[in-house]
Ligand binder design. Structure first.
Ligand code: GKR
Ligand code: MG
Length: 447
């Protein structure tokens, strides 16, 4: 294949968000992402989306000279070179004084950046070969319908938090009407689930916890299960609860919670993988995580300890090919695969759909924040859910995103005009609780 990558564009973008609550605070009015667009010598474009923030933008931009001019067919070699280049730069930065944070940065930022170039290259290749991206991952595409869950959040009152939050923007159905409104009770959470299920057809739900005391959040879980008895339901307080509290509130929840995501974390002499293993044994509940099993070294430790039943292998952290490798391992090792998410546009949604379409065996409904962003796509048409699923037809081509340049420009303008950058959920919390600071062991509204 005599095709070369001619142009790499890195476009930081923003979209509107609601004041969603989580352990880290409250979401700001805008969420940010980095979009990568590659154009090749045959005139095709490939797209990818990764988390926002200037560090990732800059690292992606640093790869432009390395990517432009490379033959498309040698994409794996290009990925290896990019990995080497980034690792060398990170090592140099660490040697210059950033040792403490170096590991975290290497994990969280470099894999994101690699995914940022890997995805559009896969999109381009798939277009040339006239196959879906899923066909190029793992052992190939194994399913067409990919199931997603409804990701429920407690929502703060935007008038109290303050800021240019979007509101009254969608009167088309109940989800459109309520998704910008405060939701702070079990009843409001159930209502969110009903409205989201009506629009998207979701059968499964996840509640973002770490906001109110554990017992109160479990009341919402019980109310959800009562309303949706067939649903697979999980809660994720991002490790906010102690092991003792997690066990106490979850001990009797087999049959109510299908699995529990990061109930507890590192505690005293014990690592998060050790406390999660104890939680798993004491409650009998399967455990999911996007916090303590986030690379291959952590994966080895988690497997030895039997801490994690469901590694949430987000392609943005693991790369597209890497997250499918995790799925293959899960399939062989009696684990089940799932996906983590952050606020995102339709490109990321399709990245997850293609990865899941290549994930063998049983897979858990994929996390997605998309219901909070529905209507803000960057493709010419919006992905359509049916019965809680997205379909990746075996005869489709590429990632399935026909980039809308006008929408991309508008999302970039929103980013620039509002001085957006790296996510900071602490910023808005002072309006809710004066003097609020982040505490990884205390729910956000408990001060
Ligand atoms: O969007 O507030 C949020 C979530 O808390 C997100 O930041 C987490 O990374 O959804 C994620 C999770 O599963 O932990
Ligand atoms: Mg999580």
């Amino acid at each position: 294949m005599d095709v070369k990558i001619e142009r790499m564009e890195v476009v930081p973008v923003a979209g509107y968000d609601s004041p969603l609550l989580n352990l880290a605070g409250v979401h700001e009015p805008f969420f940010t992402r980095n979009i990568v667009v590659l154009t090749d010598s045959a005139g095709y474009t490939g797209v990818g989306e990764v988390p926002g923030g200037e560090v990732i933008t800059k690292r992606l931009e640093s790869l432009i000279p390395l990517v432009e001019g490379k033959p498309l067919g040698r994409f794996k070699q290009t990925l290896l070179e990019a990995q080497e280049f980034l690792s060398a730069n990170m090592a140099a930065a660490a040697a210059a004084g950033g040792a403490q944070t170096a590991h975290a940065q290497i994990f969280s930022k470099v894999t994101n950046v690699i995914t940022g170039i890997e995805t559009p290259m896969l999109d381009l290749l798939a277009k040339h070969l006239e196959v879906p991206v899923a066909a190029l991952l793992g052992d190939g595409q194994v399913r067409e319908d990919v199931r997603f869950l409804g990701y429920l959040f407690y929502v703060a009152d935007r008038n109290v938090v303050g800021g240019p939050y979007l509101h009254d923007d969608d009167d088309s159905d109940e989800w459109g009407r309520i998704r910008r409104d405060p939701a702070l009770t079990p009843e409001a959470i159930v209502h969110q689930a009903e409205a989201a299920a009506e629009r998207f057809g979701f059968h499964d739900f996840k509640l973002k916890g770490g906001v109110f005391p554990a017992r109160e959040e479990i009341r919402a879980i019980r109310a959800l299960k009562e309303r949706f008895p067939e649903a697979r339901i999980t809660i994720d307080p991002n490790g906010a609860w102690s092991l003792a509290e997690s066990v106490e509130v979850c001990r009797d929840l087999v049959g109510v919670l299908t699995y529990c995501e990061d109930p507890c974390g590192a505690e005293g002499r014990f690592s998060g993988r050790e406390t999660m293993a104890e939680f798993h044994r004491q409650t009998g509940l399967p455990t999911a995580t996007n916090m303590i099993d986030t690379d291959w070294r952590e994966m080895k430790a988690a497997i030895r300890l039997d801490s994690v039943t469901i590694p949430l292998a987000d392609p943005h952290f693991w790369t597209m090919q890497g997250c499918v490798r995790v799925a293959q391992l899960c399939h062989e090792m009696d684990l089940t695969w799932g996906v983590h998410s952050n606020n995102h546009f339709d490109i990321s949604l399709m990245m997850v759909a293609h990865a899941a379409a290549a994930a063998p065996g049983f897979v858990n409904a994929c996390d997605t924040h998309y219901m909070w962003q529905d209507g803000q796509h960057l493709g010419k048409t919006a992905p359509q859910f049916h019965d809680g699923c997205l379909t990746v037809p075996r005869d489709s081509i590429g990632l399935g995103i026909d980039l809308d340049r006008a929408k991309l420009d508008a999302a970039h303008k929103l980013y620039v005009d509002n001085g957006c950058g790296t996510r900071d959920d602490a910023r808005g919390m002072n309006a809710l609780i004066p003097g609020w600071t982040y505490d990884p062991h205390r729910p956000a509204m408990v001060r």
